[in-house]
Design a protein around this ligand. Structure first.
Ligand SMILES: [Zn+2]
Length: 543
């Protein structure tokens, strides 16, 4: 009798225990408790606890959650991990620098990676990379291959191969033959076939070499896949009219081809017009967007064609002494040192002052924009992921601190935090997701079911520390960075966690490349007057 009596209540108790047990131990892999949770898509903004399981956000709740690992986010912001479509420093130490600045998804949509190296580039990063990584197919690399004949292992490192290929000039100055032009387009198609998220074009560095026809055909290759072309547009750096005209080329092509496009770093003269153009097109339903970064100065290699004295001094009225800084020595160039350096070390990185500093905060207020850092490299470029960041060489401060600078300048100028979270994360995820990229459809949001890429930072303390003197000083004030559900940064320390995933489409079995020819053009667009056709890629005549 006694036993029976005991047994019955025990049976009742057992299921109850089973239900209670997980709550007493760990329901979740990671919980982020008591933070101010911000979701730029739904505009949710409130104190809550976030439970993460199997790499995803499993619960957002007011009730206390228990996890195997706990982050106390009291007084901190809990927001989607930052996404950057313009991050050139796609190397182990570059990812570490980015992670310190809250970067969970890094892509290069400008220089990009050579098409035939896309598959290998992704493979080399699998399982050994802290942040998510992606690379568009490079227009410039394809030109370097088929015009300069630049072949070799340097392409396997992706964007930084520019330091090798830019020692030549054909990629920038020369028009291809029809045969070379088709080879360039086919190389780009190969990268898209391998799953690259889009195309990156540095047409602004190739003004003489790239005809309107070539730029149109490049975007057409992307259009066949519905993927965006990002461009350093044709007249950047330029004037408040030429800059806008450069953006208009990319935008008009995109509209005609029904393809997405990204106007890269339009924080230059004429930016208000470019922004209004983009905004109105978005209102009309076009998947066209643009990037800014909050720095009055840019950065490039010293042999950029818009920096020659005939343009930089004679046309634009600048002086090297006021505008061109060597971040390695922290000295300004003169006409003499400029000329000597171009001759001796044509790809030396420089910082170039171009806009009033008072514009920096204004760019951060632009609706619908994204913050693309344009992070360049710092020595040692091939350093390991745990290379001491305070020992990195000089570079543009945007490399280490673009996100810290965005939040600091937002704080100093009373820009709403939700606006900053949108431009640092959600806006890029939304536009890339709209191209069909599943990876981005489930990131950039703090919502149940989304992938757990999350930043936890102190809104009063998180800041950039990088300056024009010390461009690679990492940001501070980051409580935690979670990548695919794994805590990868804790209290400003990058951990040996390599949960980064590839940002790409599924590779496809067949190319979509269609060579261009005079015959097919006439068949499609004319009533048959082949003499009118000047050639899709006119041969170089005078350059
Ligand atoms: Zn650029």
């Amino acid at each position: 009798m006694k036993l029976k009596r005991l047994t019955a209540p025990l049976r009742v108790l057992i299921p109850a225990l089973f239900m209670a047990t997980p709550a007493m131990a760990a329901d979740y892999d990671v919980v982020i408790n008591n933070g101010r949770v911000m979701d730029p898509e739904t505009l949710f903004d409130g104190v809550a606890n976030v439970g993460i399981k199997d790499g995803r956000i499993a619960e957002i709740s007011k009730k206390p959650l228990k996890g195997a690992e706990t982050i106390d986010a009291t007084g901190k912001i809990v927001a989607p991990g930052f996404i950057d479509t313009h991050f050139h420093f796609q190397m182990p130490v570059g990812y570490s620098l980015g992670l310190r600045d809250g970067l969970t998804s890094s892509l290069d949509f400008e220089m990009g990676c050579a098409g035939s190296y896309i598959a290998a580039w992704y493979e080399a990063r699998a399982g050994v990379t802290g942040a998510n990584y992606g690379c568009a197919v490079s227009h410039e690399s394809a030109r370097a291959m088929f015009i300069d004949g630049s072949v070799g292992d340097h392409y396997k490192d992706g964007p930084i191969s520019a330091f090798m290929t830019r020692a030549n000039t054909g990629w920038s100055q020369k028009r291809p033959t029809l045969e070379q032009g088709n080879a360039i387009l086919e190389e780009i198609d190969e990268g898209l076939q391998a799953g690259a998220p889009g195309i990156g074009s540095t047409v602004g560095y190739m003004r003489a070499g790239v005809s309107s026809r070539e730029m149109f055909e490049v975007q057409k290759v992307g259009a066949r896949y519905g993927r965006p072309t990002g461009a350093h547009t044709r007249y950047t750096l330029g004037t408040d009219t030429s800059e806008v005209n450069g953006a208009q080329e990319l935008i008009a092509n995109a509209i005609a081809l029904d393809a997405p496009a990204i106007v890269l770093h339009y924080n230059n003269p004429g930016w208000r017009v470019t922004h209004e153009l983009i905004s109105r097109l978005q209102d009309h339903g076009y998947n066209i967007w643009g990037e800014i970064y909050p720095y009055a100065a840019g950065s490039t290699t010293i042999n950029a064609e818009f920096l020659v004295p005939e343009v930089w001094i004679d046309q634009m009225g600048n002086r090297y002494e006021d505008t061109m800084l060597d971040p390695a020595t922290n000295k300004y160039f003169t006409l003499e040192t400029y000329k000597a350096t171009v001759a001796k070390e044509p790809t030396r990185p420089i910082v170039i002052f171009k806009m009033p500093a008072t514009d920096e905060a204004k760019w951060l207020t632009l609706k619908g924009v994204t913050m693309g850092s344009d992070a360049v490299a710092a020595e040692p470029i091939r350093g390991p992921w745990d290379f001491p960041l305070d020992k990195l060489g000089g570079t543009h401060p945007r490399t280490a601190g673009a996100r810290g600078a965005t939040i600091r300048k937002g704080r100093e100028n009373n820009i709403p935090m939700m606006q900053l979270m949108s431009i640092l994360s959600y806006n890029a995820a939304k536009h890339l997701g709209d191209t069909g990229l599943k990876f981005m459809q489930e990131r950039g949001r703090i919502q149940t079911g989304m992938v757990a890429d999350i930043v936890v930072f102190d809104p009063e303390l998180f800041t950039d520390n990088s300056t024009y003197d010390k461009g690679s000083a990492p940001s501070t004030g980051m409580k935690a960075v979670v990548v695919n559900g794994k805590v990868t940064v804790r209290d400003d320390k990058v951990l040996p966690v390599f949960a980064g995933q590839p940002i790409r489409f599924e590779p496809e079995a067949k190319p979509r490349f269609v060579p261009i020819s005079e015959e097919s053009w006439n068949a499609a667009f004319s009533t048959g007057m082949p003499d009118d056709f000047t050639g899709a890629f006119p041969e170089n005549t005078g350059h």
